[in-house]
Design a protein around this ligand. Structure first.
Ligand SMILES: NC(=O)c1ccc[n+]([C@@H]2O[C@H](COP(=O)([O-])OP(=O)(O)OC[C@H]3O[C@@H](n4cnc5c(N)ncnc54)[C@H](O)[C@@H]3O)[C@@H](O)[C@H]2O)c1
Length: 253
């Protein structure tokens, strides 16, 4: 088992990629905090893990709330004694709005969840990692984190910021046994459409130009395998980098 006795926190773990990551980590021996705003969904995932012989605890976490984030990391430590792996995966889409159409409120909501949540959870986990001299952070960015044509202005900027934070964190703590990497998924079949509202027809029509080049949509399980690699010692030499998993979509650009 690649994560034997490791303690992992996975955010956005009630659905999609987070769920697949939580399940695969548990299969590989990790004790997992299944963190999500959707407690019912998180409980189902945790129960599924436990009934397959794994160890998991569901936790209601709004990643836009500082107190919830602090409680999430504290719960991992109080429940399982430590923290080894933090997967910052929770995220929402925008409505493909170009900058001219984005509201203050939506911009802030997307940044609070997609970007500030990643910073806050990482900041809270760091003292545990620094004390152990070891720790792994895996961030779910997006191909929209380094391309301008995959979403609206707010989502694109929020994921570019996650890529920057990943590189900076990887670099800053490289000598202290901490690795921080990101995954940039292309199109993946999840429930993320549920987070889209107020679609901009103009924005959708602009991004459609590049969507025609998507070779195929991936499964959450394919992303989970990348997240397992990044969390495991197999990725011991990877730090501050982004692994693209998109079936070759962005190799076109
Ligand atoms: N699906 C894609 O094509 C795609 C592509 C690139 C990147 N991503 C990124 O992948 C990550 C996972 O998304 P997914 O596609 O699995 O979507 P999903 O909607 O299936 O899962 C996201 C989960 O995050 C949770 N969540 C939303 N807001 C939250 C909050 N404030 N606090 C805590 N949890 C919250 C949701 O309840 C949900 O369970 C996101 O960061 C997303 O931006 C998705």
């Amino acid at each position: 088992m690649k994560l034997h006795n490791q303690v992992a926190v996975v955010t956005g773990a009630a659905s999609g990629m987070g769920k697949a990551i939580a399940e695969l980590y548990a299969q590989e021996g990790a004790k997992v905090i299944v963190a999500d705003l959707n407690l019912e969904g998180a409980e189902q995932v945790a129960q599924g893990i436990v009934s397959s012989g794994g160890t998991a605890k569901a936790l209601k976490v709004n990643i836009a709330q500082l107190s919830d984030i602090e409680n999430m990391i504290d719960t991992a430590v109080s429940e399982y004694g430590t923290l080894d792996i933090l997967v910052n995966n929770a995220g929402i889409m925008d409505g493909f709005e170009p900058v001219g159409d984005i509201t203050e409120e939506k911009w802030d909501r997307i940044f609070d969840i997609n970007t500030k949540g990643v910073m806050r959870a990482t900041r809270k986990a760091l003292p545990v990692f620094l004390e152990k001299g070891k720790g792994v952070i895996v961030n779910t960015a997006s191909t929209g984190g380094y391309n301008g044509a995959h979403a609206g202005a707010a989502y694109t900027a929020s994921k570019h910021a996650v890529v920057g934070l990943t590189k900076n964190t990887g670099f800053m703590y490289a000598a202290q046994g901490i690795r921080c990497n990101a995954i940039a998924p292309g199109a993946v079949m999840t429930n993320i459409q549920a987070s889209m509202n107020g679609l901009s027809e103009f924005g959708v029509s602009r991004t459609r130009l590049t969507q025609g080049l998507i070779p195929r949509a991936g499964s959450p399980e394919e992303i989970a395998k990348v997240a397992l690699f990044l969390a495991s010692d197999d990725a011991s030499f990877l730090n501050g980098t982004v692994v693209t998993a998109d079936a070759g979509w962005t190799s076109a650009f």
